[in-house]
Design a protein around this ligand. Structure first.
Ligand code: ADP
Ligand code: MG
Length: 250
């Protein structure tokens, strides 16, 4: 596998080839993905849009190794992760992938620093203090280590969740509607942070959003409809995205 990576020169951090994902069997089965292929090039910011139920979350979960396709493959660099047994996938996922959710998913009784440490601690490898401090500094929360999530604004709480996702230095940061619970101004804090990670640190980022303004922070927009990739917009603008969505009828 290392050979594939060196031969191609540049490694693609995450790639899906012909992804199908069905939930349930027989007549009642739901086809959440019906043959989706995407490539997340290093240092790019991708937005995924589409009507509710079009398969956006399923696509992110499959790309992040949190769900398994029924058919097709997911690759991280030269490793076909969709074939790995869970005991090999789990440690790889912890080191390669960060995930941010709409609902922050912070532990209210823990401090900010403890929240950032938690995934590593659960995995038996807590990050060093200095790395936790550095991750919090990167999201503009230096000095907030001992605060509880309830003492922070919504935008700050989502930044803690981003620090938690970034502390393991993942190759790809996945975010599923990260600004869905935030107002415009605090959403902007979070989106600027994701954008800065891509521009300054070469982070690869993919984000689901319903908001054309949020999508315009990305380098391109992938449009899903009914489990299929139906369009791709490069260098999106809010007006261009809104117009395309309106034509999709979503
Ligand atoms: P989106 O994120 O675009 O709203 P999802 O990926 O969550 O869409 O869902 C795509 C389709 O798959 C929907 O019809 C949804 O109801 C179905 N689905 C998603 N997860 C499950 C599940 N765990 N069990 C059954 N159906 C599911
Ligand atoms: Mg979703």
């Amino acid at each position: 596998m290392a050979e594939t990576e060196s031969r191609s020169g540049t490694e693609v951090p995450a790639r899906a080839v012909g992804l199908h994902r069905a939930y349930g069997r027989g007549g009642g089965a739901v086809q959440a993905l019906r043959g989706v292929s995407v490539e997340l090039a290093a240092g790019t910011f991708t937005a995924v849009m589409g009507p509710s139920g079009s398969g956006k979350t399923t696509l992110l979960h499959c790309l992040a190794g949190m769900d398994r396709p029924t058919r097709g493959a997911v690759w991280w660099g030269g490793t076909e992760v969709s074939r790995l047994p869970e005991r090999r996938l789990a440690p790889l996922r912890r080191s390669r992938v960060g995930f941010v959710f709409q609902a922050f998913n912070l532990m209210p009784a823990m401090t900010v620093a403890q929240n950032v440490e938690l995934p590593g601690r659960l995995a038996g490898a807590p990050p060093e203090r200095a790395l936790v401090r550095e991750a919090l500094a990167r999201v503009g929360l230096a000095g907030r280590e001992r605060h509880r999530p309830g003492q922070l604004s919504g935008g700050q709480q989502q930044r803690v969740a981003i620090a938690r996702a970034l502390v393991s230095r993942p190759r790809v940061l996945f975010a599923d509607e990260p600004t869905g619970a935030l107002d415009r101004a605090t959403g902007h804090e979070v989106l600027s942070l994701l954008r800065a990670g891509v521009d300054r640190e070469g982070q690869t980022c993919v984000m689901v959003t319903h908001d054309p303004v949020a999508a315009a922070y990305a380098d391109r927009v992938l449009l899903l409809a009914d489990g299929l990739l139906v369009d791709e917009l490069a260098r999106p603008t809010p007006a261009g995205v809104a117009d395309r969505l309106a034509r999709l009828g979503g």
